[in-house]
Each structure stands twice: as structure tokens, then as C-alpha cells.
Ligand binder design. Structure first.
Ligand code: SF4
Ligand code: SF4
Length: 353
């Protein structure tokens, strides 16, 4: 595989283009380096004449993440997430236009909430058009952590990925060798997931372009939908929560998950509006605004064991969230939160459990 030193001129121009716009890593994947991967590595799905993909990472604001984990400040991290998403959208559009002006076809990918809706059961399986994670791992933009999130040394997984698919011929960049990845295997991403989405011991393998990639086995996707969707957030210890006031008990048995998710989702639509207002829509529930209340597996991980442990401590000592009937969000120590919750009007309380 071609080294970074002998990348083509076009590669270099693209790398400079994205670096000037905030990218901390830029990589390139081709039909060859993606061959034999899962369907979401098939670039021709979005551009039949595709030859290459460009993938890059932008960092999230770590101070805002720490305040989010410590439950000092919810909205600023939510806004940063939105801003970085918008920046990616803008960069992608500009780069696609720039490539088109040079005579190439190019498709700017959305970096979230795009699913292969033609597949049966897409709402459950949520297969993306193209997997940014796989592109990033194959092209060496980052590597898989135990969580399956992509991370970079010095940044951990607190990054967002952008991608463009093009018919331009680009030189591929190599993957990061497994022994040089950022992940310290601390498994704190497992510990901060109230949904129990990741297995702590079992891993899965994905083969792409004859390279083997591994990360933790994931459990039923309804788990993450329930918590990452913002409908539930209380950790089973009862000692801390995400930023969701939902207190639904998350069953250990996957078979029992769907009724809980359906009930929680229905009740979520009756919750008073959170202040300040915000949130994003998802094609699975287009009429509902979802707030960023979790993403703890991504946010906790700095790639430095000591700092990740500090983030973990901030989260597990951050208390629990409840919501008053007027929409106000309160953050309280766990016992006080339980008392305040029990004292809420019955009809309102029933919306959260
Ligand atoms: S939290 Fe620890 S185990 Fe999980 S991805 Fe980060 S470094 Fe790896
Ligand atoms: S986003 Fe939240 S619920 Fe989903 S896997 Fe990460 S920690 Fe678990």
C-alpha cells in the first residue's frame, strides 16, 4: 500500500483543503482497500462510478464535554455537537463542489441519521448508506476502540467524522497498525453505557480489504436507541444518570426490550419541552425532536487512561436528572433525586417510568 509520502498531488490538495478547515486527520480509501467489507463499505451505493472516499475528523470541545459529563452544563456540549456537525456539512459541500469544478463527480455524505430505508427492518438495524467508521479505520484516520467508536491518539473518541465519495482516483492511506491504536482497553466505555450495549469480554471481527479489525460485540440496538434516543438514562445502580430524566428500567433480557422502548418513546412525546429548546429529528421518528443526553461511550474516552478515568469519575459522581412539570431540568444527588421524583405529581411522574 502507498505510504503517506508518495500521495498524489490531488490527495495533497484535498488534505490541505480539509486541514485548513479544521481537520485533525485526513485519509483516503479506495474500492480496493474497501473490497470484501460489509455492505456499508460499498461506495457505489451512493455513486455508481465511485473510485475513492475521502474521510476526515474534526475534534469536539473537551472542556464542554467535561462539563457535560459532570452535569454542570448540558446545552453548550449539545450546541458544540451541532456546530461540528454543521461544519462537516459545510466542508463536505465545499469539497464536493471543488472536486466537481475539477471535473470529478463527488457526493458529500451526511454524517448521521441516513439509513438504508429500502431494507426490511431498517428502523431496527439502522444500516447507514456508508459507514464513516469503516472508512476511517481502513484509511487510518483513526482506529477502533473497544466501544467500536473511532478514536485518535491525543483525542480519544471525542471526534466527528466527515466523508465524501468521488470518482477521482486517489491514493489510499494505510490503516493504523493494531498495536499503534489509541485504545488502552480500559473498558470504561462499557462502564458508562447505562444501556449495556457493549460486551465487556467478547469481541467481533470485521474483514475489509483483507485487513482484520476488531471491537466489542454489541448487544441489541434497541438498547442504544432507548438511552441514546434520550428516553431513558438512569444507570442500573441508581447512582447517576445521563442528561435524560427517563427512569425506565432497562431489562437484561433483549427479548423484553422492545415493549420498554415503545412505552418510553410514547411517554417521551408527552414530556414538557426542555429549556432551552433544541434537538434534532431522526428518520425513524421524524416528528419528534431528540436531545443529546448520552453519547457517554464516545465522550468519556480521551485515549489517555488517567484522563479517561477522571472523566468517568466526573460522570458517576454527577448525580441524576429529573424534570419538573414546567420542563425545568434538575440535577440532584441520587437520593435527593429519588425523593424529588417520588414527590412529583403522579400523572407527571408516570411519564418517566
Ligand atoms: S474508553 Fe477505554 S476501552 Fe473504551 S475505547 Fe476508550 S480507551 Fe478503549
Ligand atoms: S450512546 Fe449511550 S446508550 Fe448508546 S452505546 Fe453509547 S453510552 Fe450506550
Amino acid at each position: 500500500m502507498m505510504s503517506r509520502e508518495i500521495l498524489t498531488t490531488l490527495n495533497k490538495e484535498i488534505e490541505d483543503f480539509l486541514t485548513e478547515r479544521g481537520a485533525i486527520r485526513v485519509g483516503f480509501a479506495t474500492l480496493e482497500t474497501l473490497a470484501g467489507g460489509p455492505p456499508s463499505t460499498d461506495l457505489k451505493y451512493v455513486l455508481p462510478e465511485a473510485k475513492s472516499a475521502i474521510i476526515y475528523a474534526l475534534p469536539l470541545d473537551r472542556k464542554k464535554i467535561r462539563d457535560f459529563l459532570a452535569k454542570k452544563e448540558h446545552y453548550k456540549a449539545e450546541l458544540d455537537d451541532k456546530k461540528v456537525n454543521e461544519k462537516i456539512h459545510e466542508n463536505n459541500k465545499e469539497l464536493a463542489k471543488w472536486l466537481q469544478e475539477k471535473g470529478h463527480n463527488a457526493v458529500a455524505l451526511k454524517n448521521n441519521n441516513i439509513y438504508r430505508t429500502e431494507l426490511k427492518g431498517w428502523k431496527r438495524d439502522m444500516h447507514p448508506d456508508i459507514s464513516h467508521r469503516y472508512l476511517a479505520a481502513v484509511s487510518g484516520v483513526g482506529s477502533f476502540g473497544w466501544s467500536g467508536n473511532i478514536g485518535i491518539k491525543g483525542f480519544g473518541t471525542a471526534i466527528m467524522l466527515g466523508a465524501i465519495v468521488t470518482d477521482a482516483e486517489l491514493a489510499p492511506t494505510p490503516r493504523i497498525p493494531p498495536e499503534e491504536g489509541f485504545c488502552t482497553n480500559c473498558k470504561l466505555c462499557v462502564a458508562v453505557c447505562p444501556a449495556g450495549f457493549f460486551d465487556a469480554r467478547e469481541e467481533i471481527e470485521v474483514i475489509i480489504g483483507s485487513e482484520k479489525f476488531t471491537y466489542s460485540k454489541r448487544h441489541d440496538k434497541f438498547r442504544c436507541q432507548l438511552v441514546c434516543g434520550g428516553f431513558a438514562g438512569l444507570h442500573k445502580s441508581g447512582k447517576w444518570s445521563t442528561w435524560s430524566p427517563g427512569r425506565f428500567k432497562i431489562p437484561d433480557d433483549d427479548e423484553k426490550l422492545f415493549p420498554v422502548l415503545a412505552d418510553a418513546f410514547y411517554k417521551y412525546t408527552k414530556w414538557p419541552e426542555r429549556k432551552p429548546p433544541g434537538g434534532v429529528s431522526n428518520p425513524i421518528a421524524p416528528d419528534v425532536k431528540l436531545r443529546m443526553t448520552c453519547g457517554m461511550c464516545q465522550k468519556v474516552c480521551t485515549g489517555n487512561e488517567e484522563k479517561t478515568r477522571q472523566n468517568y469519575e466526573l460522570l458517576i459522581n454527577s448525580g441524576c436528572v429529573i424534570q419538573n412539570p414546567d420542563g425545568e431540568i434538575l440535577v440532584l444527588p441520587p437520593e435527593e433525586a429519588q425523593e424529588a421524583f417520588d414527590a412529583l405529581p403522579r400523572k407527571h411522574r408516570k411519564l418517566y417510568c
